[in-house]
Design a protein around this ligand. Structure first.
Ligand code: ACO
Ligand code: ZN
Length: 220
């Protein structure tokens, strides 16, 4: 959220005002010891979580000049599953999502975008679905209950439409956004979700999208 610039007096502190950490992406006030401590904690936890060492039989499903996409399936070795769980925890924390228990845990496909610095900088979790409800345009005008209550409460059609693939999570590391990482994850998903066919965007649905998620989804 953009807030109005806070008026601050530069009394000669070394660090001053809001800083964005170039490695972990956290925004904090370097002159505030409490903030700085929180940053140190988040910094280590985050970088440990997205560190990617790789494994021998990793399933590389796409390669790019700035990284690659690896697919992890439910019966993969436990270290691969552990990495997915670590990343999912970071993502859910950032999004403020409750951990959801998937309906068919053994049909989940997780795509990780690995940067050439060997970090997990993007993640997409997909599962097979049978139907979805289309989001109806923009929220109703000002004053109506849907627009004031919550930005996630867009109106949905109550007529189910057939769909094939549900995206339950899509996330890109803050400092790597708007570099087409999410789009490349979705394209790879469309290509790999069902053997031998390329899913159309109509066959894909996003579950409970955030404002960012919706902006992205409408551009697919
Ligand atoms: N505002 C406006 N348009 C956007 C935005 C945005 N924040 N994000 C993406 N787009 C549109 C643009 O048209 C963009 O193309 P452009 O950069 O050439 O204009 C196009 O979508 C493709 O964007 P990508 O670069 O592929 O998207 P990115 O890699 O930045 O990832 C994502 C988008 C995943 C939504 C990212 O912003 C993110 O991780 N946000 C926080 C987590 C989140 O909210 N995830 C969605 C949750 S919903 C769910 O998981 C089901
Ligand atoms: Zn940091």
């Amino acid at each position: 959220k953009k807030t109005k610039d806070q008026l601050i007096i530069d009394a000669g502190q070394k660090h001053f005002g809001a800083t964005v950490c170039k490695s972990c992406g956290m925004i904090y006030t370097a002159s505030n010891p409490e903030d700085e401590m929180q940053h140190v904690q988040h910094h280590h936890r985050f970088l440990e979580g997205i560190k990617y060492v790789g494994w021998k039989k990793e399933r590389v499903v796409a390669e790019f000049w700035d990284g690659k996409i690896v697919l992890v399936l439910p019966h993969d070795p436990s270290f691969a599953i552990k990495k997915v769980e670590d990343v999912q925890e970071l993502v859910d924390n950032e999004l403020g999502f409750q951990q959801v228990v998937p309906k068919c845990p053994n049909k989940i496909k997780t795509f990780l975008f690995i940067s050439d610095e060997k970090r997990v900088v993007g993640c997409l979790i997909a599962e097979p679905i049978k139907q979805a409800f289309r989001v109806l345009s923009e929220p109703a005008g000002p004053g109506s209950p849907t627009s004031t209550e919550c930005s996630r409460a867009w109106q949905c059609s109550d007529v189910p439409e057939p769909a094939v693939c549900g995206i339950s999570r899509i996330w890109v590391f803050r400092l790597k956004r708007r570099k087409r990482i999410a789009r490349r994850l979705v394209d790879t998903l469309r290509n790999c979700f069902m053997f031998g066919c390329f899913l159309s965007t109509d066959e894909i649905a996003f579950s409970d999208p955030t404002p960012d998620g919706k902006l992205f989804a409408t551009k697919l």
